[in-house]
Design a protein around this ligand. Sequence first.
Ligand code: ADP
Length: 199
Amino acid sequence: MKLIIGLTGGIGSGKSAASRWFENQGIVVVDADIVAREIVDIGQPALVEIAKTFGEDILLNDGALNRKALREIIFQSSDARQQLEAITHPAIRTSIIQQLNAAHSPYVILVSPLLFETNQHELTTRNLLIDASVELQIARATQRDGQNIEQIEKIIAAQMPREQKQQRADDIVLNDGQLAHLYASLRILHEKYLTLAQA
Ligand code: ADP
């Protein structure tokens, strides 16, 4: 059985920094956010389904998805959001499974901001939480994205509370120091995962 590590954390917690570190160790990282974009690329069945459900107006002139228009529709209607998720979630799951299976790596990481919220943790062997205080999340995310505090707070409010993620995670790294400190904690886990992968 392939060892699959779920890697999650709220916005600005340091998921991407952690993912990049694992990639630098030669570990294959499957990114759920990237998969979510890939499955609605031109020519993908999920995009055809979306256009059937929401109308051709949801497409740009070149046939690509008009993300802004779709965001507005689902922002206004929870039914529309459910319809969209009924199309996208199974497609995302199938593609994640294919990519995890295809990975040649001592173990594989599935990084997903909504690992627990979307039940993607069902696909993993164990789960690692990159944890940070809400204050740190806001400080890092506003600096990185140039978004205002209210926008970041909204995103944090829509994600599973930190405490619930702590309860579900098998491993937790508190990312409240320098990046070197984060990497040192990840190094210890990497050794552990390599050992687990050989067991
Ligand atoms: P996420 O992917 O969880 O949203 P990122 O890994 O992109 O978070 O981190 C958010 C921002 O904070 C990035 O600009 C990143 O470089 C920075 N960052 C993350 N961890 C640290 C840290 N320990 N010290 C300083 N900056 C950090």
